[in-house]
Design a protein around this ligand. Structure first.
Ligand code: ADP
Ligand code: MG
Length: 698
């Protein structure tokens, strides 16, 4: 057996078990070695039943003497009880609520290990464990008792029918017979951080030594755990840092920035930029001047004014004789950027075009020709922009908005349309730092941490769905005062079913006919034709409709400053970042704005989400909370292709280890020893590339 042996050939794993393991992504011995326990239990207090004292936590091993199946009588609790005996002759009653699942497996004679708190069953004067941990023993286990009790044991998430106990047995076997990998971590790093060797760490994680600290183990901060978590981040950050270096070695465009260009930018600006906008613009200008291609992430809360910053960068590119591409995730947003940029750029005499899927083939053909012949300075588009048959005469700057909707692959496809163009990636909402470091660790980052002056923070309220009438009358008041409002229904565009759509349309009818018969109510959802969407958006933008009933298609970017109320129905069905983004559609003008979250009954997590939103308007804080509550995979609210698959590390728990790994990776790469760096590169290619997925591509 070696590290690459397929699990099927490991003793104790046949084809059936191998399949269950494969379903968890576990295919080789190495995979199993990196299958981390999710919890540890102190079973060092292992006793005979006769020795058990009430109040202590202990582990025993015994057999079922009899079962009291009261699950039928007291149906609501599903109570299941079994009486255990061991060699000491004493008896222990084990009681489970909702214990139906034990009915078939615990029959008289069954051997099992129990772990839990000992109590006294006063009614019957007997020892009792309520809801104990249980592991059913098979005959082959009996000589392995020392593996499963009498010490601190690792607890694994089950895989199919493979229990934590089986995992423990398998790992014990593997750790005893396989020669563990050599340590790839540079000696200097290991010594500086006082980390154990890789082999040592792997062993201790699965079989903690007797003197281990249980609290530390369950906090995932023993030296062994720290080492493995560090590894996973370290190689990723090395990969990202190396990728950054590689992209720096390419010769890109060195844009000139002179007085004439500064004049043009001044002409472009419809308002005085904030300090933050000015600072970020300076960072971008420096990048553009330098001969290395820019690779910058531009973050900023909703409404912080990212678009104008992007427009300034566009001026620099255009004045240097280059074209600019702006990639947007949705048609609505592309249209809006197109409108905004056209208005701005017209003043300077630039031509702006849009290219989206909804245009006719003829229109598209025409625009593509104009792009190829360098008649167009700025082209704003959706996915249509990265089609193969789009070619630029001289692409100098690629701006990618709401990047998280695109994969790394799309970013690369756009870049290929120029020769090392500068790239500016913009995000709709701030990204938690840990996620930014893992997903965009190869990019430089700028953030606009200040809102334009005069913004009044949006007032957010939580209202129960049976009080929605009050919300509607408030809405009518606002409209009477000349304002406009959104009412959002929780339909996610991609999953919108015919039923959902009908519900939205029915709701719209109800609102338009019964609730607001005197007002003009519009409807906007993802399945409308592009012309219908345009018309609905246009009517709302021009103030012709008072209330827009919409799905989350308005989530990103839409900018109607006269809209002051955002009502979100079934708000519990949205993620935090998404709610914040929706809220960002109001509060864009001079009037006080309101966001009203209407919900039904809430579970704890949903209540926490709503509370966070009511209490805070700070997108950076909200992003952190969102990731804590939902996990990194769900953070963006849409399936995200780029997040690396982490096995040991957890972005929510391990941010400080990530920071450490980042700085160590930078130190290693900047040490510049080419031999060392080649070795690191090779190691990442061989061992991690597959895991990390797309983030290291390119
Ligand atoms: P986001 O960062 O959400 O993309 P936008 O670029 O859409 O924000 O800007 C939001 C609104 O704020 C727009 O109407 C824009 O014109 C306005 N704006 C941006 N910067 C300033 C500023 N410095 N002063 C006044 N208004 C600004
Ligand atoms: Mg925007």
């Amino acid at each position: 057996m070696d590290l690459d042996t397929p699990l099927q050939f490991v003793k104790g794993i046949g084809p059936a078990r191998a399949e269950m393991l494969a379903a968890k992504g576990l295919e080789t011995v190495t995979d199993l070695l990196y299958y981390a326990p999710f919890r540890y239990e102190d079973r060092s207090n292992s006793k005979s039943i006769a020795q058990l004292a009430p109040g202590e936590k202990a582990a025993i091993t015994g057999w079922v003497a009899s079962v009291h199946n009261t699950a039928f009588r007291r149906r609501s609790l599903g109570l299941f009880e079994a009486e255990f005996e061991d060699a000491s002759g004493a008896a222990l009653l084990a009681r489970w609520f909702h214990g139906e699942r034990y009915r078939d497996s615990l029959t008289p004679g069954t051997r099992a290990a129990l772990f839990g708190k000992v109590e006294l069953d006063r009614a019957r004067g007997r020892r009792l464990m309520v809801q104990p941990e249980i592991e059913i023993l098979t005959s082959e286990d009996s000589h392995e008792e020392t593996l499963h009790s009498g010490r601190i044991v690792a607890v694994y998430e089950a895989a199919g029918k493979i229990s934590t106990r089986v995992f423990r047995t398998l790992l014990d076997r593997i750790l005893k017979s396989v020669s563990l990998p050599e340590d790839p971590l540079p000696e200097s790093v290991r010594e500086r951080l006082e980390l154990p060797s890789l082999a040592h760490a792997l062993r201790d994680v699965h079989a903690p030594p007797p003197d281990s600290n249980l609290d530390l183990l369950n906090a995932f901060r023993t030296p062994a755990q720290t080492r493995l978590i560090f590894d996973e981040f370290f190689w990723l950050e090395c990969g990202l840092t190396l990728k950054k270096c590689r992209s720096r070695q390419v010769t890109g465009i060195s844009f000139a920035i002179n007085d004439r260009i500064r004049e043009q930018i001044k002409k472009l600006l419809p308002f005085k930029p904030t300090h933050a906008q000015r600072r970020v613009m300076q960072e971008i200008a420096e990048d553009m001047k330098s001969p290395q291609p820019m690779n910058r992430l531009l973050q900023g809360d909703v409404g912080s004014g990212k678009t104008i910053v992007a427009a300034q960068a566009a001026v620099i590119a255009i004045e240097n004789g280059y074209q600019v591409a702006v990639l947007a995730p949705t048609e609505i947003l592309a249209k809006q950027h197109f409108g905004y940029l056209s208005r701005l750029m017209q003043k300077l005499g630039y031509t702006v075009a849009s290219l989206t899927g909804s245009q006719t083939a003829r229109e598209k053909q025409q625009i593509k020709r104009l792009i190829a012949e360098n008649y167009i300075h700025v082209v704003v588009g959706t996915h249509a922009l990265i089609q193969e048959d789009v070619s630029f005469a001289k692409l100098g700057l690629a701006i990618i908005d709401e990047q998280h909707r695109f994969g790394v692959r799309q970013r690369l496809e756009l870049l290929r349309k120029g020769t090392s163009p500068d790239v500016l990636v913009m995000t709709a909402t701030p990204i938690p730092r840990t996620l930014a470091l893992t997903l965009y660790g190869d990019l430089d980052s700028s953030s606009i941490d200040e809102l334009p002056p005069g913004r009044k923070p949006v007032t957010t309220r939580h209202v129960s769905s049976n009080a929605v009438e009050g919300v509607y009358s408030f809405l009518a008041q606002q409209v009477a005062a000349g304002r406009q409002a959104y009412i959002i229904y929780p339909l996610v565009e991609e999953t919108e079913t015919a039923d959902d759509r009908k519900a939205a349309e029915k709701m719209y009818d109800h609102l338009a006919r019964t609730v607001f018969p005197k007002l003009r109510v519009g409807l906007l959802h993802g399945k409308m034709s592009s012309d219908e969407k345009d018309a609905a958006m246009h009517k709302f933008q021009s103030g012709e409709t008072n209330i827009l009933v919409a799905t989350t298609v308005v989530e990103v970017g839409v900018d109607v400053p006269n809209a002051t109320v955002m009502v979100i129905e079934d708000a519990e069905r949205f993620g935090l970042a998404q709610l914040h983004q929706l809220r960002g559609r109001v509060g864009r003008g001079a009037h006080q704005s309101y966001c009203i979250l209407v919900t039904g009954k809430l579970n704890d997590v949903a209540r926490e989400r709503i509370r966070t939103l009511v209490e805070s308007n700070d997108g950076f804080y909200i992003a952190e909370m969102d990731m804590k509550l939902r996990g990194p995979g769900e953070f963006f609210g849409t399936r995200q292709s780029g997040i690396p698959g982490l096995r040991m590390a957890d972005l929510r728990r391990d941010s400080e280890i990530l920071e450490l790994a980042r700085s160590e990776a930078e130190r290693l790469v900047s040490s510049g020893d080419p031999e060392k760096i080649r070795a690191v590169n090779r190691y990442i290619q061989e061992h991690w590339q597959r895991r990390y997925g797309l983030v290291l591509v390119g």
